[in-house]
Design a protein around this ligand. Sequence first.
Ligand code: PHE
Length: 351
Amino acid sequence: MTDIEKLLSSCLFEIDNAINTKKLDDIKIAVLGKNGKLTERLKSLRNMPEDQRKIVGAEINAIKSEILKRIEAKALTLEILELEKKLSSEFIDVSMPARIRPSGCIHPLTKVTEEVANILSEYGFVFTEGPEIETEYYNFTALNIPDHHPARTMHDTFYVSYPTNNEGRRLLRTHTSPVQVRSMLVNNTPPFRYFSIGRVYRSDYDATHTPMFNQIEGLMVGKDISFSHLKYMMTDFLKKFFGVPKLELRLRPSFFPFTEPSTEIDINYEIKGGRILFGSGDKWMEVAGGGIVHPNVLKSGNVDPDQYQGFAFGFGLERLTSLKYGVSDLRKYFESDERWRNAFGFSYVTK
Ligand code: PHE
């Protein structure tokens, strides 16, 4: 074997055994690079006599092209192999079952808050808010509940040990009615229609009472807003809320210091097939309280009771929710129990 033949065979051997494209590149440089073995030989042709140079030159060029061909073929094989390896390591099995992610849902109270807000907005009621940490003044005095009035103790109030001011002690509001006064103080030019939905607190705990719950408050004041407006609006609101075409209201005389006259509002229902149906039957269910706003409350809101009058009403948000969606234990609303939430919650995807 000539020297050049030896070079060719060892070179081909190395090419065949190259394990990756990087190795193949190294071989190419070592043989055909600027200082490569074959390049050196081509350079040495310069010193050869003319006739010999032709023969040897042709031989080297033939070898060069053979090596190049073999490198190209090997490169192709290696590239395919490397691609296959990469693809198989990145393999995605699209037929695999998806990983289950826990999904959230809309809390029933959130759902009903939206429903109620939507209906009240249709009547032109504007949403207003008040603080949950109230003062004795707004929670009681401004609502015609004077000092030492039994209603103050009836409410089982949580007092807050926080510096007092001239509005009396601070407390966690026991109802949303203080928002009536606060809203009037912001805009006391009738006619106006305000509503509020928010947390209230009373020291009580059993299946039908939780120390924190939510109320819906409504207030409508104008020149001639009367009891019949209250009755009409309540009937219409409850028909829309429960989605029934007809509904009867029973207004029972009651007492609230901030309304006079005051009423408890009942709606008719019956139990059919284990389900409660509103708007039919002759049983009565209490759903709200309301009445004609007491002149002293209008005064607290800087509204002249000789010129204006109106009605106010209050619902329990949890009670409305329970009646519509069948939740029996009030405490469940606030326990963050995932199983309960999945059973009573609502999907984010609207149908
Ligand atoms: N604030 C009353 C309560 O908590 C409900 C109510 C609101 C009654 C407005 C009349 C008018 O029981």
